[in-house]
Design a protein around this ligand. Structure first.
Ligand code: HEM
Length: 394
């Protein structure tokens, strides 16, 4: 019987890499039955994951891109929000959003990211001790405010609401439930959209407000759904990758020293952090027809899960896959997916992580854990609920 790798408990207290290894070593892609009687195909080998990813015509995203997602929310967003839109419309919608992520678009964001990271490092060096899992959340949330063009007067409230809406911290004290905070964020975008229709700028809300797909402008709701898609796609993932960066440097002081001595390694070090931390654990696809993958006969409509984090440790592709090698090359990890839906924010996430690493290398002397690290209870994002650290200046 195949282990249920969608069991949230595995990610809180189990050994996911061992479970994924057992899966990769099965003769064929297994069907996993869950305790509630439902089930899913579990694709964990690199070649099988890439085969599914390369065939977006067969494997639809419109029935949801995650196991355990809300059917109602997916139905409302299907064909309208980028991540749950299939070809051919997908490419046309993506082209409109992509403008914000062009090299020029990213160049405009860089100085804001640098300022945010500097302020963050100031703050932790002053406090010396912090929960980095919490601090790290400020980076993507603030970058997304820049993307959306949130005015500075609304920022701190938006940062608070974003973390209340998307934060997966179990113990966090918030004034409202995640759903309430999310509704408030949504209403806030609607206000921004009304402003930008009057007075457009270069931010993503203005770009989407002007965008047309096949000659038809996006409706207000389509604009808002896609703003929300950026926020939910870029927030938690980047936060966990940033926390993983700090934890990797703590766990591998020799790697920290070697990257500090040879800054040309920063880029490959970021890639290795992304490969091993794999903040997006899985994605879901639903085949439109009967299809064969990895020796399994999969029926049309049956849920197929691609375990990115498992494929990133496939020994058939990565030498010593469990080892952290900051100079690993090639490093064709699937952390940002592959094919049509390849993460549109990958360049932005890489920029955020590179700047974080550079500032840490410049200014931090030593780092250590001060207590146990706790994992988030989720089968979608692989990340940290708590990462208590002590950070000393150089
Ligand atoms: C380390 C950080 C990140 C990771 C690990 C990550 C991971 C992913 C993955 C695996 C996908 C593919 C989903 C699928 O195949 O269904 C994806 C898509 C996407 N990501 Fe990211 N992401 C990150 C950062 C970001 C950022 C910073 C943004 C935006 C600000 C973003 C926005 C999106 C969007 C809009 C999509 C949908 C693209 C499409 O369907 O064409 N992500 N991301």
């Amino acid at each position: 019987v195949a282990i249920d790798i969608a069991d949230v408990e595995l990610y809180v207290s189990g050994d996911p890499p061992a479970a994924w290894r057992a899966h990769r070593n099965q003769n064929r892609v297994p069907w996993v039955t869950r305790t509630d009687g439902s089930g899913y195909w579990a694709v964990t080998r690199y070649t099988d994951v890439t085969a599914v990813y390369r065939d977006a015509d067969t494997f639809s995203s419109e029935l949801g891109m995650r196991l355990d997602g809300s059917r109602v929310a997916t139905a409302a967003a299907a064909g309208r929000q980028l991540v749950v839109t299939d070809p051919p419309r997908h490419a046309r919608l993506r082209a409109t959003i992509n403008r914000v992520f062009s090299p020029r678009g990213l160049g405009r964001l860089e100085s804001g990211i640098r300022a945010t990271v500097k302020a963050l490092v100031d703050q932790i060096l002053e406090a010396r001790e912090c929960d980095f899992a919490e601090v790290a959340g400020q980076l993507p949330a603030s970058v997304i405010c820049d993307l959306l063009g949130v005015p500075s007067t609304d920022r701190s409230e938006m940062l608070r609401l974003t973390s209340a809406a998307f934060g997966s911290r179990r113990g966090a004290v918030a004034a409202e439930s995640p759903a309430e905070a999310h509704a408030t964020v949504f209403a806030y975008y609607a206000g921004l959209l009304a402003d930008r229709r009057e007075c457009p700028g270069e931010d993503i809300v203005s770009v989407l407000a002007r965008a047309e797909v096949d000659g038809v402008p996006l409706s207000d709701e389509e604009v808002l759904l896609n703003c929300d898609g950026l926020l939910s796609g870029g927030n938690e993932t980047t936060r966990h990758a940033a926390t993983s960066a700090v934890l990797a440097l703590i766990e591998h002081p020799a790697a920290f020293a070697s990257v500090r001595d040879d800054r040309s390694l920063v880029g490959s070090c970021v890639e290795e952090i992304l490969r091993l931390s794999s903040p997006a654990l899985h994605v879901l696809r639903t085949p439109r027809r009967d299809v064969q993958i990895g020796g399994a006969e999969i029926g049309a409509g049956e849920p197929v899960t691609l375990w990115i984090a498992a494929a990133n440790r496939d020994e058939r592709v990565f030498e010593e896959p469990e080892k952290f090698s900051p100079s690993r090359s090639p490093n064709r990890h699937l952390t940002f997916g592959l094919g049509e839906h390849y993460c549109i924010g990958a360049g932005l996430a890489r920029l955020e992580l590179r700047i974080l690493l550079e500032e840490l290398l410049d200014r931090v002397g030593s780092m250590a854990l001060t207590g146990p690290v706790r994992r988030v209870a989720s089968n979608l994002v692989w990340g940290y609920e708590a990462a208590p650290v002590r950070i000393e200046p150089r």
